[in-house]
Design a protein around this ligand. Structure first.
Ligand SMILES: *Cc1c(COP(=O)(O)O)cnc(C)c1O
Length: 421
């Protein structure tokens, strides 16, 4: 596998970009040899700066739902580009899109649009506080809601004061939620419930109905707002808010990632209870009203409504999961595959420092399959049975590789450094 262009770009980046790269797309936590830069993305494939092509199981960390550069969405984008994008006022598409989303998401009566998932979760936080002028917000421990001072996962640059009114509880534990609410008392503004547990380096878990119902009941009892952060799971579990599947309706839901199939757009949806508070807060952004991403989102919504994308993606996800499970069993590895099949998390048994998982992903990458050893992955609707067959050929060989080298595997240097930091 060639990597000379990638290395040259990394050297240049190290001079002009702090740390060489930042945020979730830095390869700092990936196994050695993962490319940093990509020059092309089409359908299910990404091509790195050296021309190596991979079947991509990260899907831009979520946004790619229908395949990169999907023809219908690409057409909607080019047509809108000729009309208006960011201008002095929004285009009529903002109303079309708000209607489309309110029409699809059962709990929602209104929509507001922004750029990133973090904008939407920040608006949810503000609306919860504006709702009754209360301060305390309950958040599940380790749940990711974005990278702002109130929720970024690393401590640098963050003050305790930024989080002074957040109370953390254990996900899926109704008693912990109840205790946290009691602690907040009559100052409880909102509950961030997380649609399911999708923390990094950990098994995923689906929400217990009892937990979800407790979240709703507690929010009602304290006259606080219940928020589902569907930024990651949205439209990969159902064609509605992810908690609709378990019959619990939040007051607010945050959306992003898949919404424009890669175009920059996110949304906060809410019900009538939260409408007055949502009209009070001042939130905005230079690009929030741009029409091109809205055209992409409208076309994405149409595909969600009119195609069997979810059933297809579920079928593909199941065959990926089953294929990996039988290869692992054949080669003597224990695998834990958790969460929805459309957002697969694959971790190895007896792998406390992740050295097996890292070596496995490294071996798969060399055979043209881009997987993550620590973050949930993402299926997309463009994936075909032949993509899965090609993937399983690569992973089959990767299992053989790590079986041979098992005794000599070393823990990843990046992870050791992180643990020491
Ligand atoms: C990615 C993510 C966010 C933040 O979205 P950005 O677009 O990166 O700001 C918030 N919540 C969850 C659950 C996410 O996965």
């Amino acid at each position: 596998m060639k990597n000379s262009q990638d290395s040259a770009l990394r050297e240049r980046a190290a001079r002009v970009i702090p740390g060489g790269m930042y945020g979730h797309q830095s390869t700092a936590l990936m196994p050695d040899g993962f490319p940093q830069f990509f020059t092309k993305a089409e359908g299910t494939r990404i091509t790195d700066a050296d021309g190596n092509e991979y079947i991509d199981y990260m899907c831009a960390y979520g946004p790619n739902l229908f395949g990169y550069n999907h023809p219908d969405i690409a057409r909607a984008i080019s047509a809108q580009q000729l009309k208006v994008d960011a201008a002095t006022g929004p285009s009529p598409l903002i109303v079309d899109l708000a209607e489309a989303m309110v029409g699809m998401v059962t709990h929602a009566d209104w929509a507001m649009f922004c750029k990133n998932g973090g904008d939407a979760t920040m608006m949810a936080l503000m609306i919860a506080r504006a709702y009754r002028g209360k301060r305390k917000v309950l958040v599940a421990k380790k749940a990711y809601h974005g990278a702002m001072p109130w929720n970024t996962p690393r401590p640098a640059g963050v003050l305790p004061e930024d989080r002074a009114h957040l109370i953390y509880f254990d996900y899926n534990d109704p008693q912990a939620l109840e205790d946290a609410a009691k602690e907040a008392g009559d100052d409880l503004a909102g509950i961030f419930a997380a649609p399911f547990r999708h923390d990094t380096f950990a098994d995923q878990s689906m929400p217990d109905r009892e937990y979800a119902q407790a979240a709703r009941r507690i929010a009602d009892k304290y006259d606080a707002l219940l928020i589902v952060d569907d930024v990651r799971a949205g439209f990969r579990i159902c064609r509605d808010c992810s908690w609709e599947a378990i019959g619990v309706r939040p007051d607010l839901s945050a959306w992003g990632k898949t919404l424009g199939n890669g175009q920059p757009i996110s949304a906060l949806l809410g019900n009538d209870r939260a409408r007055a508070a949502a009209s009070k807060i001042f939130v905005t952004g230079s690009f929030w009203f741009a029409a091109v991403p809205m055209a992409a989102a409208l076309e994405t919504m149409r595909l969600i409504r009119e195609t069997e994308y979810l059933e297809h993606m579920t079928m593909i996800g199941e065959s990926f999961r089953q294929g990996l499970a039988s290869q692992a069993a054949d080669s003597g590895f224990g695998l834990r595959q958790t969460g929805p099949v459309t957002l697969p998390m694959v971790l190895f048994e007896d792998d406390p420092d992740f050295r097996i998982g890292y070596a496995f992903c490294q071996a798969a990458l060399q055979r043209g399959v881009y997987l993550s050893p620590y973050h949930n992955m993402f299926m997309n609707a463009a994936m075909t049975c032949s993509d899965i067959a090609q993937t399983l050929e690569a992973t089959g060989a990767a299992f053989e590789d790590i079986k041979r080298s098992r005794a000599s595997l070393k823990p990843s240097a990046a992870l050791t450094a992180l643990a020491d930091a």
